[in-house]
Design a protein around this ligand. Structure first.
Ligand SMILES: Cc1ncc(COP(=O)(O)O)c(C=O)c1O
Length: 460
């Protein structure tokens, strides 16, 4: 608060970049490295993506791809859309965003607040489908007079702006002392551009912070709860399309961080450091803290924190949301796991392509078959825990006899089982599930993943 004057800008867009670097004081391990965070949510549109949005627009103006009366089009519900909508408003362009139909109303309202037009399309369709977010955005850009598709996944202006701005800022703000850069990977723009610069000028070690099941770090591609980073397989098609702008040779290493660790870190950042940031910032700081404990006191670690926690209040900062997913304990009464007692993690699953006959013979071979089997996305049937969106349904053992032997279980399963968090209050859970029959299946969640299946009556 020493300087009583702040920067003065001709346009809000001059406020993009030059974000403060803040040192973490209270959650860092004793005797470990210095950990600093790049406060990207202080950009005027609220995230790191303001940099890419502005750079892509300026580059397109210069190349003539975006004309003065042009229309900015992108397929995104996330921060890039908000950044582009802000840039469009400030520079007088019309903007159109194609978004998946399950996008939260807050995000739609944010885009509309900047005057953007929003077109909803089904989120779960294969890439070949003309309604696919990316396909439809490309079609609209092509068919709209003056239409220009920003294409953050393939646009070199996205990583380039980080090489020109984010990297040099971190180098300057640490007076060249930075030894490690930690960043999440969405499009890969941030880590590619920032990492490229810092490696070139200072031989800095670059670490990707990635959700545990994300494909980038070698996970199985099953869905996770931290938004906007990592890469999971398309839930229906298994499509595994990596962004062209992500230079996979850049990270020296990728730290894989489970949702539980990311979310507990994000809550600690708010409560112990006064930093209200989003889930991907929790992933980055969790990776930075692991690193700080192992590198010793001489390392200077900088983690890029992409956005604010304000748009995630109903998720990562909502105790009820966290508890029903098994991330947090209710703190009162006996909990679900107290009622369950010791159990072996793991549940019998059938992938959706299994035939009724195959499932019958599997169950016939078991001494004590469960009364129902959980039907999952074909992925890894050797897994001991399952991501909730991968649970497609449930099929009763006693109903199998009446089904056609050659049918796939994915087509004849009933709805997915109810779920409970292992730290939920057992009395509240019984009330919530009172409409179920005693033998109905219930999945128990630990850190957002199903670890066992029980009958409703087991919960008392
Ligand atoms: C919240 C958040 N975190 C991380 C990222 C990843 O950044 P990048 O696309 O540069 O890899 C994004 C990108 O949209 C984001 O919105």
């Amino acid at each position: 608060m020493g300087d009583v004057s702040g920067p003065v800008f001709d346009s809000v867009l001059d406020g993009v970049g030059a974000t403060p670097l803040v040192r973490l004081r209270r959650i860092v391990p004793d005797g470990g490295a210095e950990v600093w965070v790049k406060t990207e949510w202080t950009n005027p549109g609220g995230s790191v993506k303001d940099r890419a949005a502005l750079a892509m627009v300026l580059e397109a103006e210069q190349s003539g791809a975006l004309r003065p009366d042009g229309v900015i089009v992108e397929g995104t519900s996330g921060n890039t859309g908000i950044g582009l909508a802000m840039v469009a408003a400030a520079r007088g362009y019309r903007s159109i965003f194609v978004i998946p139909d399950r996008t939260t109303t807050e995000k739609v309202s944010l885009l509309r607040a900047y005057g953007a037009e929003v077109i909803k399309t089904p989120g779960l369709v294969p890439l070949e489908d003309p309604r696919h977010v990316k396909k439809l955005a490309a079609t609209i850009a092509r068919d709209t007079p003056g239409g220009w598709l920003a294409d953050q996944y393939g646009n070199a202006a996205n990583p380039d702006v980080h090489e020109r701005t984010t990297g040099p800022e971190i180098w300057g703000q640490t007076a060249g002392r930075v030894t490690h850069l930690v960043a999440g990977i969405g499009t890969g723009g941030t880590i590619t551009g920032t990492g490229r610069y810092l490696k070139r000028v200072g031989g800095v070690t670059v670490i990707g912070a990635d959700p545990e099941t994300s494909r980038y770090g070698g996970g199985d591609g099953s869905p996770y709860y931290v938004e906007a980073v990592g890469h999971y397989l398309h839930p229906l098609t298994g499509e595994d399309d990596w962004p062209a702008v992500y230079d996979t040779s850049l990270p020296d290493r990728i730290e894989r961080i489970a949702d539980g660790e990311s979310l507990r870190t994000v809550r600690r950042l708010a409560r112990e450091e006064g930093l209200l940031v989003g889930g991907s910032a929790g992933t980055a700081v969790a990776a930075a803290l692991r690193l700080a404990a192992s590198t010793g006191p001489d390392a200077v670690i900088v983690a890029v924190l992409p956005d604010s926690g304000r748009i995630y209040l109903s998720k990562y900062f909502d105790d009820g949301w966290l508890t029903t997913l098994g991330f947090l304990d209710a703190g009162t009464g006996p909990l679900v796991r107290d009622v369950l007692g010791p159990y072996e993690p793991g549940l019998l699953v059938a992938d959706a392509t299994t035939t009724v006959a195959e499932l019958r013979s599997t169950l016939d071979r078991l001494d004590d078959p469960p009364s129902s089997v959980t039907v999952v996305q074909p992925r890894r049937t050797d897994a001991t825990s399952w991501s909730v969106p991968d649970v497609l349904g449930s099929i009763r053992h006693d109903g199998l006899a009446g089904l056609v032997a050659g049918d796939r279980v994915g087509t004849c399963a009933g709805p997915p089982p109810a779920t409970v968090g292992h730290g939920e209050d057992a009395v509240a859970v019984r009330a919530r599930l009172s409409g179920l029959a005693p033998s109905d299946p219930v999945l128990v969640l630990v850190d957002g993943r199903a670890v066992t299946q029980v009958e409703r009556s087991t919960l008392g």
